[in-house]
Ligand binder design. Structure first.
Ligand code: TXA
Ligand code: MG
Length: 341
């Protein structure tokens, strides 16, 4: 695995981008930063290249990939039937942390869409991703660049830990910004449906298009999710995690109970809450929900077997990007949520 440092635009910058683009064009896999998380890219029109993504990640074959492009024109070349409301969403939110699910016109390989008639398309808002996509001038299929089931990578080191030796290249552009994946929106119906909450909130979408629906499976475990990837357990930390809905005092109670059982407890919480707590290890995720989103996956990855036996994590308000944060935390905790009001 070749690793390039593209943290700042030194003179090696364009050489790295060109080498990475050449690898992609020749059918190899390259990981690169986006504004959400690192992606693992391959030529979306080349089924053998796309197959290498599934192999490197250990990703289930029925889970479709998002095609990444640099411009609105390139996006339109991959899909049929763009509803008017999608034009409005694209004009306002792209480039940005949003993926549109539209009917595919067959330009991308069948294993990108896992055989579905629809395809997820996204224009990432990160200079390295933009320069890479413009330079290679092909649609790039890219899931998050982690081993399937683990938290998504928000630093190049996370990618390195998971995929070193399994991929051809890694563009190290430093930590990503948003920290959570893009919002996946089904745009094949009259009204947009959020399939995965993410960087663009429901409230932001509603400001532009009025009514927005949410896939019922996000609230009800008995429903089958429309985004195949949402049915899998995901974002799993190395050790079990309890998600605690309640005050700092309640979080401390849960922590103390676990420690009385002889377990070493690691805590993930906001800065304000973390300052009030006592445990074996305490990690502050930040002062507000945006900082918490940015640091969440790094926090989930920090607690390793051997360091702690269990993670106790604070639950946050589901407003705004809090909806995406809580969606990931509930999956990370395998829904083992303690309500301690
Ligand atoms: O922010 C992101 O979206 C990152 C960066 C790298 O762009 N990518 C990412 O990809 O998170 P991935 O593969 O980890 O998650 C894609 C999600 C999965 O839940 C998948 O099932 C869903 O999008 N998806 C992709 N294509 C779809 C389609 N045609 N219909 C329904 N869901 C789809
Ligand atoms: Mg993923």
């Amino acid at each position: 695995t070749k690793r390039w440092n593209v943290n700042n635009e030194q003179n090696q910058y364009w050489k790295a981008i060109e080498e990475a683009a050449a690898l992609l064009k020749s059918g190899e896999t390259v990981a690169f930063p986006t504004e959400t998380v690192y992606g693992l890219g391959a030529d979306a029109t080349n089924p053998e290249a796309v197959a290498k993504i599934f192999a490197a990640k250990g990703r289930p074959q029925d889970n479709p990939l998002i095609a990444h492009v640099a411009t609105i024109n390139q996006l339109k070349r991959l899909v049929d039937n763009i509803p008017t409301y999608v034009e409005e969403l694209i004009n306002i939110f792209s480039p940005g942390p949003i993926t549109y699910v539209l009917s595919t016109n067959g330009t991308c390989a069948e294993n990108v869409t896992a055989g579905l008639s629809t395809i997820g398309v996204r224009i990432p808002d990160h200079p390295v991703a933009q320069d890479l996509l413009e330079t290679c001038d092909i649609p790039v299929a890219a899931p998050s660049a982690n081993i399937s089931g683990k938290p998504s990578p928000t630093t190049a080191d996370h990618v390195w830990d998971d995929l070193y030796g399994k991929i051809a290249g890694l563009l190290d552009g430093g930590p990503t910004g948003v920290g959570l994946e893009s919002t996946v929106v089904d745009c094949t119906q009259d009204i947009p449906i959020i399939l995965r909450p993410g960087g663009i909130t429901k409230e932001q979408l509603e400001e532009v298009v009025g009514t927005v629906m949410i896939d019922p499976a996000l609230a009800n475990k008995k429903e089958k999710p429309k985004a195949p990837g949402m049915k899998y357990r995901h974002y799993s930390p190395d050790v079990p995690m309890l998600l605690v809905e309640g005050s700092a005092k309640m979080i401390q109670n849960v922590t103390d109970q676990e420690r009385e059982l002889g377990k070493k407890v690691g805590i993930l919480a906001s800065k304000q809450t973390a300052e009030l707590l006592k445990a074996d290890e305490i990690l502050s995720l930040g002062e507000n929900i945006h900082e918490i989103a940015t640091h969440l996956y790094d926090g989930l990855r920090k607690f390793k077997q051997g360091d702690v036996d269990i993670i106790v994590c604070e639950a946050f308000s589901e407003e705004g990007i809090g909806q995406a944060v809580m969606n990931r935390l509930k999956k990370a905790a395998s829904e083992s949520i303690r309500e301690t009001y």
